[in-house]
Design a protein around this ligand. Sequence first.
Ligand code: NAD
Ligand code: GLY
Length: 357
Amino acid sequence: MILSMDEIEIKLVANPYSVYVGTGWMELLPPFVEGQARVPVVSDRNVWRLYGEGLKNSEEVYGLPELVPVLIQPGESHKNMKTLEKIFAAFAENELDRSGCVLAFGGGVVGDIAGFAAACWMRGVRYIQIPTTLLAMVDSSVGGKTAIDIQAGKNLVGAFHQPSLVLANPALLRTLPPLEFQSGMAEVIKTAVLSSEELCAGILSMEPGVVDPELECVIRACVRFKGDVVAQDEHEGGLRKILNFGHTFGHAIEAKYGFKKYTHGQAVAAGMRIAARYGEGCGISEKGISSRIEALLKRHGLLIEEDAVDLIPWIRNDKKTHGEAIDLVLLKYIGEPVVIPTPFSELERTLKKMFKK
Ligand code: NAD
Ligand code: GLY
């Protein structure tokens, strides 16, 4: 019996799928893995320690095939070629064939690398996202971006490969370390300011760090918003770029500190603060938008100040640059983002003028 689950359809023309947010989702799995002798479950050691036994127990309860853990070390530093090779070796050992399906059971790191492994294996097999972090539930598990990092940069080797199903149980977030929770909230706040006043109000009133029905509603709203964007622009030709709000500056902040000082979400939070002030300073954004975004960030412990001028060389190295310009995502109003192609020379001049020390 499904206890409580909301279905959100991701209406992609070629490969539509559903995201379920709630509890009781294991009973949805059997049709996706029918006829498979063994199902590889890519997970990290932290997640498996907490939830592996529970997942294994569902084999008998739901009549599933054997779920074989393919465990990776936790953390971004393991989202790499070496780990990918180990995953491929496990796929081979378990005789995963073209009709097979893989489970990605973990945060964004597991989802990205398992999804990429599935995209490559025999030129593409199905996979199911079972996200266990807030960031993965609201962002990375939906939309089919998969990747690994290489020496030259983060997420440089990847593919668009949509999952066949996404099963998100917010109860799993109860064990998430507070810093990881906050990191996910940054993507939640990003979605809220891109989408609506209503979602912003909800986020301002919710209790920080608490897993409750309100959080579940917020997760659903974020998935709906991202799903709509992805359905309109799967391969980021235009509209999907809005999902990078705060990320140009955020990636530069991460890179400046060698990916050590901040989590991805914290860096995005600092980046959104810069983007909001930049937009307001240029007259593109409505007056007062930056203080409104700051209020949201402050509410969730994400009010982080970083120097914008120092970021220029790091922004130049961003993989999303094209020639001498970069697509800046700014907000006209809450719920009304714009993508502005901006030459570096102009960006540099404006940053120096606006953020002079
Ligand atoms: P993560 O996967 O590294 O997880 C963070 C930490 O939380 C890990 O130590 C993990 O073991 C632990 N953890 C996971 N679930 C847990 C739980 N329920 N209880 C306790 N601990 C748990 O980090 P993340 O923030 O989920 O993901 C970051 C990654 O996502 C980055 O690699 C980023 O590039 C990627 N990403 C991808 C997309 C996309 O569209 N594909 C979007 C945003 C981010
Ligand atoms: N996280 C941004 C995207 O999926 O496009």
